[in-house]
Every structure is written in structure tokens, then in C-alpha cells.
Design a binder for this molecule. Structure first.
Ligand code: SF4
Length: 718
């Protein structure tokens, strides 16, 4: 009888990086529980963490490369044949049509995997294409653009010091369900309860009374897409009433007068109707925020995926700065991770080139994914004729997914690095599946950098990978080597790089990063090393967040740009909308605004292939306010057709005052009823895809991020 063994690692499914204690016997997982000794998550775990075993054991998970046959079935092929075919087809297409004819899309799980974080960028560079896309532009792109403009680096993102805050203003975020996003903080409910126990105040602004709002002292409904106006009005109050106090930030912040002038035009009385929040309530909120000993405003995906997402994220930072709450305990702070990603990734640039068809700007080398379908479908030089997807499912996760679905079917060639045949990868000609997350080591490089406390934790492999499998980084390295070998010299260089990286492996590269990182002391010093991190199986606590400015700034002059031109310029658009007819009047009685919602048992478009996460009542329902339901003659349990400019879907209705009047809500990531997918459990609980009705033409013009929130729709009884 084999002995039970305990294994400790960080869950890599979402940003919370909860410590897991996995009990296994031989190849069998007996239990997955929260690791009580993890210094950060302290035993917290959500149902998805337990379902990691379902992912590991999933019979639908691909374990060998697969090729789609002309008849539409899949055949197993060798790695050698798969690498050969992918490299040959991509090189051939680039030779015939130019380098931009190959597009790349990277999905969200890629950043949760250190192997991909390490190796994907140089693979992408090898293709020398400008057609690079990722899930960032249906998510946090506005945060990055604002951070780049204000602090000099797109990844220099302030994180709420939630454990020491006394006033926590949460906008367009639901951290009780997400467990923090761009704010890694596992066990968020406990942290928010602790905030209230120490006398703190939690205020949530959201068009839906979310699970976080249910815990709050105050919840304010806001009309979707108007958060920037609320923030402008709050800033107006602070400047008008002399409540601005930057404290020590004043010594290295520029643009205070410009911001003061900008917000003068947005008194609360002027924006109350637009936002749906009374002028007096806005003024009180601003005063309470400014008066709190340590306040922090946190705006997340709901703010980002709207027409004024970049403006909103800029103003979130501005509110924290003008109240002196940036870079101070209990405010918005900059973590000090053991591996500093700022050093490894580009600081960013906006608009160095534009997308071919619509002219949307790149940021940090990536184009907005709202442009991907048209880049595939529109003939001409630079048309994308091949696509490589990496851990992504853009058919379900990007706007007007049906159009993209149709576009993928026209590609000359598609390859996917993925473990599933899903709604997107079913279009691939070749799928290269990497090992599962329990079969390789991992380090949450990006999420320690976004964490509400400085910790470091290494996750060793629990199981040895089966023979004849490849880790993701090995797949990228192999493809890169083959693609780079265009000339004998290039070939030699590629082989040398390959040798070095294979020799070091993930561990070797991580060890070097720690030794030369913020806690290291070089090759021979006694600072942080991988060996020390490995020796602490539960993780090492490196302490609470510390003030880091101005030293941490990446701006050339080491000063904060409070009102950068890039952002103030875009206010013309903001003002125009305000000057237009009041939205509530312009909106007909028939028209509703559609928003998404996140669910604890979902992980964007995946994890629906786990029985334990999908059992129970159907969760993909359309929430509608009782007044709207009554007006439209809709009853509980009805199925309604949701119609937008681009398409329609049919969903069961849930009548609830959880959403504000005029708003309907559908969770994202569902829609597993397309032919050809191999997700047996998900097919039985398909739901519908929100992105069948979101509109790829609705973007935040400042950066091209998709405006998925607040899409105008009409309902019809199905
Ligand atoms: S909250 Fe996220 S990291 Fe924690 S167990 Fe759940 S999925 Fe894993």
C-alpha cells in the first residue's frame, strides 16, 4: 500500500494564489484543502481550488498533440510531426503574405503559468508580427494605459492595502467572488469583515448589488458606463471644498492645477441624472473618503470594460493621489515582489502602430482583440491568414464572438497551445497540449507583484509528467527554435539560446531572478535564493507593503503625472456624452443595458467541465429588475430573447432587484453548445455566451479596450 503524501502549492486558477494542501497516494489525489500555514491565504480556498483534481483527471484533457482531419475528427500525432507542421505552415504563410499574416492570441491562463510567462514573449518576437492580441484588451488594458501615463510603466499598478485601509471604495469590482483582481488577496470576505471590525467602512458602487455589496456599509447603484463621471464629480467636490491634500506626494507630483481645472466642469448636480446617484450622496462620499485616516479607491473590470474605462482608471488613481492615499499604509501601494516583472517586460507605448482595418492603437506591442475578426476577414495586405492561440478561448471571451467564430473558420492555418478542444480550438489544425498544472513547477510571478502583502511561494510538481509530454515552455522553445532558423547564423543563435534555456530550466531561471531580484544579493550573497524559497513549503512572508515612491516610479523625471495629456485629451469625448441628451431620456423604455457578472464556480470561459462546479441549478440566467420585467410582461422562469446590434441569444430569466432598473445581467464565459467541442460536462450545462451579443464596435477609444459592459439590448419573449 502506497503511503499518503502531503503536497503544498499555490493554486494557479485565479489571481488569489491560495495555498493548497493536496493529499495524494501514488497517482491519486485524495483531498485538496486550504493550506492553513500559508502566510498569505491562511487556509482559505474556494470551490475551484478543490476542482483542480477534476482538471487533472479530466478525460477530455488532451495529453498528446492532435491534428484535425479533413473529416473533422482528431488524430493523435507525434510531437515531432506537430512541431514540424506548425513551424512549416507558419513560415510558409509568412513567406507568401508577409509577417503580419500570422496572428497570435494569448488567453488569461497564460499569465498564471510561469513557464508561459518566461517563454511566450520570445516565441512571439520570433514571429515578428504586429498582429498580437490577448485577453488584456477585454479586461485590464485601461489600468495599464493609465499606469503607464501616470507612473511610467504599464505594470506599475497600485494595489489596495486592504488589510490596513479604513475606507474601502470598491467600484465595478466584486472581490468577494474574484478574491481580488489586480489585488491578489485570498480570503477576501475575511479581509472585508476584518476591515469592518476595526471600524472601517466599505462602500460599493455597482449596477448590481454584488456579493461584495451585500457585505458593504453602503451600496450605490450606478448606471453602467458612467463611473468616470462619478469620479470627476467626487474630485470636483474635493477641489471646490479645499479638501485636496497630497501630503508627501506633493513633492513629486505634477499636474494638480490641470486636474483642478478639468474637474471644475463636473459638479455633482450636473452628473447626478447621468449616473443615477444623487448629488448630495456624491458629495458626502467624496467628503467621507477624504476624511478617512486611510482610504483607497479600487476600480476593477466593470470600470475598465466601458467606453470611458481609461478615464475611469486614471481618475481612480487621481482620487487616491489627491487625498494623499497613494503609497501610504492603508491606501493604494506598490508591492515589492521577489521577482520584479517591471524589469522584464516593456514599460509600454501607446499607438506606435494601429490596427490595419479600424486603426485601433497598439499598447505595449498588442492590438485590441476587438479588431481580431476584422483583421482576419478583411482582404488586403497584412490580412491575418493564420492564428496561434495560447490558453485562450476568444470565441467566448471577446466581443461578437459569433463573428470571430466564423472568421476562424476561414483561416488557412490555426495552431493552439491548449489542453482542450473548446469553442475556439476546434478551429485549429494542430493542438499542442502542455502538461497539466500539477505536473510542473510554478511560480506566480505576476500575482506576487499585485499582492496585498509581500510573500513568496514556490509550487513544485506534484506528479511526474507522463512520458512523451511537453511543458508549455518546452513547446514555445521548440517552436521558436524552428521558426528562428531561417539562416545558418540564426539557426546557430537559436540553438545556443535553446541549449542555455534547456540547461537552466524553469528552476534555474527562477533562481537567477530571485538572486538578482529585490531580496537577492547576487550569485554568491546570502539573499533570497530558490533553495530558500523551496525550503519554505508553505511560503515565506516578506512583510506588509511599504511606501516605495518616488524611487519606484518609471517616469523619466521620477515624478507622477497627475494629469497627463494622453488622458486629459480624451475628456473631449467625456464632455460630449454629457452634453448629449440625458441617457435615461435618450434610452427608450424598451432598451436595457446589459452587464456581465462573475461567478465563484466559474473561471471565465473554463472550469465548466468539472461536475462538482457545474452541479446544482442552472447559473447562466438573465437578471432583470422587477419593474422592467413587469413593463415588458416577463415572468420568472420565462425564456427571453436578448437582441443587440450584432446578434441575439435566448436565456432563462431571473427577476431580482439585485440589478438596478434599466439593467440586465448575464454571466460571461458560457455557451458550450457549439458543434465540435470536446467538453462532455460543459456540453450538458451549456448556458449561452454573453459575447454573442456584445459588440466589437463598442470600444474605449482611448486604447481600444472592448466596452463589454452596458451594451444596449432589447428583450423579446422567446
Ligand atoms: S480563490 Fe482562486 S486561487 Fe484561491 S482556490 Fe479559488 S481559484 Fe484557486
Amino acid at each position: 500500500m502506497l503511503e499518503e503524501r502531503r503536497h503544498y502549492r499555490a493554486c494557479n486558477l485565479c489571481e488569489a494564489i491560495c495555498g493548497l494542501e493536496i493529499t495524494a497516494r501514488g497517482e491519486e489525489i485524495l483531498r485538496i484543502e486550504g493550506d492553513r500555514q500559508d502566510p498569505f491565504s491562511r487556509g482559505y480556498i474556494c470551490p475551484k481550488g478543490v476542482a483542480l483534481q477534476d482538471l487533472h483527471n479530466d478525460p477530455n484533457r488532451l495529453r498528446h498533440p492532435a491534428r484535425r482531419t479533413p473529416g473533422g475528427s482528431w488524430e493523435r500525432i507525434s510531437w515531432e510531426a506537430a512541431f514540424d507542421e506548425v513551424a512549416t505552415r507558419l513560415r510558409d504563410i509568412q513567406a507568401r503574405y508577409g509577417r503580419n499574416a500570422v496572428a497570435i492570441y494569448q488567453g488569461n491562463p497564460a499569465v498564471h503559468n510561469f513557464g508561459t510567462v518566461l517563454s511566450f514573449p520570445s516565441f512571439a518576437r520570433t514571429l515578428k508580427t504586429k498582429n498580437i492580441y490577448s485577453a488584456s484588451s477585454v479586461d485590464q488594458l485601461p489600468h495599464m494605459v493609465a499606469a503607464h501615463a501616470m507612473f511610467g510603466h504599464g505594470l506599475l499598478l497600485p494595489v489596495p492595502d486592504v488589510d490596513r485601509a479604513s475606507f474601502f471604495l470598491v467600484m465595478g469590482a466584486n472581490p468577494v467572488v474574484s478574491n481580488g483582481s489586480l489585488m491578489t488577496a485570498p480570503g477576501m470576505s475575511r479581509r472585508l469583515e476584518a476591515l469592518r471590525r476595526r471600524g472601517g467602512r466599505l462602500v460599493v458602487v455597482d449596477p448590481r448589488r454584488t456579493e461584495t455589496a451585500a457585505l458593504a456599509d453602503q451600496h450605490l447603484f450606478i448606471r453602467p458606463g458612467t463611473d468616470a463621471y462619478l469620479l470627476l464629480a467626487m474630485l470636483h467636490v474635493l477641489f471646490a471644498e479645499g479638501r485636496v491634500n497630497l501630503g508627501r506626494l506633493a513633492a513629486f507630483t505634477d499636474g494638480v492645477e490641470i486636474l483642478a481645472a478639468v474637474v471644475r466642469e463636473f459638479p455633482p448636480a450636473r452628473i447626478a441624472d447621468l449616473t443615477g446617484i444623487a448629488a448630495q450622496t456624491i458629495a458626502t462620499l467624496a467628503r467621507e473618503f477624504a476624511a478617512a485616516p486611510a482610504a483607497v479607491c479600487y476600480g476593477r473590470v466593470g470600470l475598465s470594460i466601458q467606453a470611458f474605462g481609461t478615464t475611469a482608471q486614471w481618475l481612480v488613481n487621481a482620487l487616491n493621489i489627491v487625498t494623499g492615499n497613494l503609497d501610504r499604509e492603508g491606501g493604494a501601494m506598490f508591492p515589492k515582489a521577489a521577482l520584479d516583472p517591471l524589469e522584464r517586460f516593456t514599460a509600454g507605448h501607446l499607438g506606435a502602430w494601429k490596427s490595419r482595418v479600424r486603426g485601433l492603437p497598439e499598447f505595449a506591442g498588442e492590438l485590441p482583440v476587438a479588431a481580431l475578426a476584422e483583421e482576419i476577414l478583411t482582404p488586403g495586405e497584412g490580412q491575418a491568414r493564420a492564428l496561434v492561440t495560447v490558453a485562450g478561448n476568444p470565441v467566448l471571451s471577446t466581443p461578437n464572438g459569433k463573428r470571430l467564430d466564423a472568421a476562424l473558420a476561414t483561416l488557412e492555418f490555426m495552431a493552439a497551445v491548449d489542453i482542450y478542444i473548446n469553442e475556439t480550438t476546434r478551429h485549429a489544425h494542430i493542438i499542442l497540449p502542455p502538461t497539466g498544472s500539477l505536473e510542473h513547477e510554478n511560480y506566480a510571478a505576476i500575482f506576487h507583484h499585485l499582492a496585498a502583502r509581500n510573500t513568496v511561494k514556490y509550487s513544485p510538481a506534484l506528479f511526474a509528467p507522463a512520458s512523451d509530454t511537453r511543458h508549455d515552455w518546452q513547446i514555445f522553445l521548440e517552436l521558436e527554435t524552428r521558426l528562428a532558423s531561417r539562416t545558418p547564423f540564426e539557426s546557430l543563435k537559436a540553438q545556443f539560446r535553446r541549449g542555455v534555456r534547456l540547461g537552466l530550466g524553469v528552476d534555474g531561471m527562477l533562481d537567477l531572478a530571485f538572486r538578482f531580484g529585490p531580496y537577492g544579493s547576487g550569485l554568491f550573497g546570502d539573499g533570497l535564493t530558490l533553495a530558500k524559497v523551496k525550503a519554505a513549503a508553505h511560503g515565506l512572508d516578506l512583510g506588509p507593503l511599504q511606501p516605495a515612491l518616488p524611487g519606484r516610479l518609471w517616469t523619466k523625471d521620477k515624478r507622477i503625472a497627475l494629469a497627463p495629456k494622453l488622458l486629459t485629451r480624451d475628456l473631449t469625448r467625456v464632455k460630449k456624452r454629457l452634453a448629449d441628451a440625458d441617457v435615461s431620456r435618450a434610452q427608450s423604455n424598451e432598451e436595457l443595458l446589459l452587464i456581465g457578472r462573475r461567478q465563484l464556480r466559474s473561471n471565465n470561459s473554463w472550469m465548466h467541465n468539472s461536475e462538482r462546479l457545474t452541479r446544482g441549478k442552472a447559473r447562466c440566467t438573465l437578471l432583470i429588475h422587477p419593474e422592467d420585467a413587469r413593463r415588458q410582461g416577463i415572468r420568472a422562469g420565462d425564456r427571453v430573447k436578448v437582441v443587440s446590434r450584432v446578434g441575439e441569444l435566448v436565456a432563462p430569466v431571473e427577476i431580482s432587484d439585485e440589478v438596478m432598473p434599466g439593467v440586465v445581467s448575464l454571466p460571461h464565459g458560457w455557451g458550450h453548445d457549439r458543434p465540435g467541442i470536446q467538453l462532455d460536462v460543459a456540453r450538458r450545462h451549456p448556458g449561452v455566451s454573453l459575447n454573442d451579443v456584445t459588440d466589437e464596435q463598442l470600444v474605449d477609444e482611448a486604447c481600444g479596450n472592448a466596452a463589454l459592459s452596458g451594451v444596449p439590448v432589447r428583450l423579446k419573449r422567446a
